[in-house]
Design a protein around this ligand. Structure first.
Ligand code: FES
Length: 126
C-alpha cells in the first residue's frame, strides 16, 4: 500500500497578471514577509523568491534584473549584482553567498498565486 501524500502548499492570491511588468518584478507582502514576484515574459514563466538580498540584507530583489545563465533563470540584485537562481535560489555569482528562498507560482486565468509552506522551487509556464 502506498502512502497518501498531500500537497501542503498554501496558495495565496498575490495580484493580477497585469500588475506585474513583463520581464520585471514586483514586491508582494505576505504576512511579515516580502516576496519578489517575477514575470519572465521572454520565457513565458513566473517565479517568486524572497525579496531580501542576503548580501547586505537589502529588500531589493524585486527591483533586480532578470535573465538567464546557461539557460537557468536568474535575478541580479540591483545593488552589487550578485545573481541568484530563480529555480533553486542558490547564488550563481558567489559560492560563499547564502541561497535565497524560492516559492512556486501558479496562474488561474488573470490571477497570480504564490505557494508557501509546501514544496518550493516550481514554476508555471504562461
Ligand atoms: S545587497 Fe544585493 S548584492 Fe549586495
Amino acid at each position: 500500500m502506498s502512502p497518501i501524500t498531500k500537497d501542503k502548499t498554501n496558495w495565496f492570491f498575490a495580484c493580477k497578471v497585469e500588475d506585474v511588468p513583463a520581464n520585471g518584478g514586483v514586491c508582494i507582502k505576505y504576512k511579515d514577509e516580502q516576496i519578489a514576484l517575477f514575470h519572465f515574459a521572454r520565457r513565458g514563466e513566473w517565479y517568486a523568491s524572497q525579496n531580501l538580498c542576503p548580501h547586505r540584507r537589502q529588500m531589493a530583489l524585486s527591483r533586480g534584473m532578470i535573465g538567464t545563465q546557461q539557460a537557468e533563470p536568474k535575478v541580479a540584485c540591483p545593488f552589487h549584482k550578485k545573481t541568484f537562481s530563480l529555480t533553486d535560489g542558490r547564488c550563481l555569482s558567489d559560492e560563499h553567498e547564502c541561497a535565497i528562498k524560492v516559492f512556486p507560482v501558479k496562474l488561474e486565468e488573470d490571477r497570480v498565486y504564490i505557494g508557501v509552506g509546501g514544496k518550493e522551487g516550481s514554476v508555471v509556464t504562461a
